[in-house]
Design a protein around this ligand. Structure first.
Ligand SMILES: [Zn+2]
Length: 482
């Protein structure tokens, strides 16, 4: 568990120590173990009985403890959890902090310590990492009287006691500072820690503060005070145990400690980014567009690697369709970089190497196999992609200057050429064009009616249906709800 100094940089009169992602993780686990936390293994990324395709949050595997359904192996726990969520996959690449797959480091108190100790431990570890206290901002729950939820005065008092200046304690509402599973389940107010990355990254507005969409304030750690159970009807009741559930984003912390311009330039992604640059041809010269493409590609490649290592293969349903969609989205972005051949699989080896011990030896040994699977999927999709992109060009040309593309066109593009409608919509959106989805729905409904009739005819032994459309499959687009 010893951490070694990798690189020392001298900046002015102080030294900045660079932490690798592996070291950040090792230090976190070691720090909390020394303070009485039992290290537990992270859950596999895929848990068949979960309601989500993948584990989507660090706390998900611990829910039974927080609800007192199962007693935990210890009151204090620490773990490293891999997560994958694609609910806002469209946002990846448009900012420097959003990933589909990520590692959450978490320390937990199941019915033990509360706000004071959670804050003390967090501040102590941030000092070990060398995060300047002057750069720290926190958000707290402002309360929601309509739901009978009070402002979190207790946590405000603790931050004040820890010498965080008043102006850097920011109260926010339900959306930002009340953690829920998204449905019924354990929940409670939370307090988030942000690092100010400097005015130079900010939007420049006077009201710029944590919660702002710009790159200045980066959320690194979330302390959640699990105290309530949210019920089906939306009402809240107190849980038998008050617990603390924290999550520190490993990749986010690496951005801060490695002073990376974006999350895609931390040590875990850098080698893959380099490899990608080496594979690039001549794109269309739009550098902002190319940069976004690179971000999407390295993000999706890492997510595909982790999903593949968890045993998922691309397919049409559930998590298999999530993986398929990630690979196809990334493949499409490759075209923007002038890469015409399958390339995604080649990024997996540099990614895996960069992850070092974050991928155990047995997983390292399976990387080549996952890379082949990714390449096969990309190859299968390549012809559809080329033909589909060309057909889309025609659709755009024929649409004149109209900013709305008829949904029926996208329906036909999928039905006749297998080109996913969601991918087509993304391509159109990049050109400022929207899709009339009601037209898509109508075409789909019409097709289903025809299919039903022809199926009935076939059933009666008269299979003369000459309808030109192929049956639609689930891959038509929508990501399954996570
Ligand atoms: Zn801002």
């Amino acid at each position: 568990m010893r951490t070694q100094m990798k690189k020392v940089e001298t900046r002015g009169d102080h030294e900045t120590r660079r932490w690798s992602a592996e070291e950040i993780a090792r230090e976190y686990v070691g720090f909390f173990r020394k303070r009485g936390h039992l290290e537990i293994a992270g859950s596999p990324l895929v848990v068949p009985e979960n309601t989500t395709s993948f584990v989507i949050a660090g706390m998900q595997p611990l829910i039974p403890y927080l609800r007192s359904d199962v007693s935990p192996p210890a009151e204090r726990l620490v773990d490293l959890q891999r997560c994958l969520r694609t609910d806002d996959v469209d946002a990846v690449g448009s900012n420097g902090r959003k990933l589909t797959s990520f590692h959450m480091l978490g320390n937990w108190s199941v019915g033990g310590y509360g706000r004071r100790e959670a804050i003390r431990l967090a501040l102590e570890l941030l000092a070990v990492y060398g995060v300047d206290r002057e750069r720290l901002w926190v958000t707290v729950f402002a309360g929601e009287p309509g739901l009978g939820l009070a402002r979190d005065e207790e946590v405000i008092a603790e931050w004040r006691a820890a010498d965080v200046p008043e102006e850097r304690i920011v109260p926010l509402g339900m959306d930002d500072n009340f953690w829920t599973t998204g449905g019924p389940g354990p929940c409670g107010p939370n307090s988030e820690l942000f690092v100010d990355r400097g005015e130079v990254l900010g939007c420049g507005r006077a009201e710029c503060a944590p919660g702002c969409a710009c790159e200045r304030f980066l959320e690194i750690w979330n302390l959640v005070f699990i105290e309530f159970e949210r019920h089906e009807d939306g009402h809240f009741s107190p849980l038998p145990l008050r617990s603390v559930d924290t999550g520190m984003g490993l990749e986010r912390m690496a951005v801060v400690l490695q002073e990376a311009p974006s999350i895609f330039e931390i040590d875990l992604f850098w080698p893959a980014l380099e490899r990608l640059r080496a594979l690039e041809g001549s794109g269309d010269g739009d550098e902002a567009r190319a940069e976004r493409a690179r971000r999407v590609i390295v993000d999706h490649a890492r997510a595909a690697l982790l999903a593949g290592l968890a045993g998922v293969v691309p397919g049409n349903l559930g998590r298999a369709s999530v993986l398929r969609r990630l690979i196809r989205r990334a493949a499409r972005q490759g075209r923007a970089l002038g890469i015409e051949r399958p390339f995604l699989g080649e990024l997996l080896e540099p990614l895996a190497r960069a992850h070092g011990s974050l991928l155990p030896v047995d997983e390292q040994g399976r990387v080549a196999e996952v890379a082949r699977m990714v390449t096969d999927e990309e190859r299968r999709f390549a012809r559809v992609l080329t033909a589909g992109l060309r057909a889309l060009e025609r659709i755009v040309a024929e649409n004149g200057g109209d900013e709305i593309v008829p949904g029926e066109r996208l329906f036909l593009l999928h039905a006749e050429r297998g080109f996913p409608a969601d991918l087509a919509a993304e391509v159109l959106a990049e050109r400022g064009l929207a899709v009339d989805w009601s037209g898509y729905e109508q075409a789909l409904a019409g097709h289903r009616a025809v299919s039903r009739v022809s199926a009935e005819r076939r059933f009666r032994g008269r299979s003369e249906s000459s309808h030109p459309l192929h049956p639609l499959s689930v891959e038509s687009g929508e990501m399954p709800a996570n």
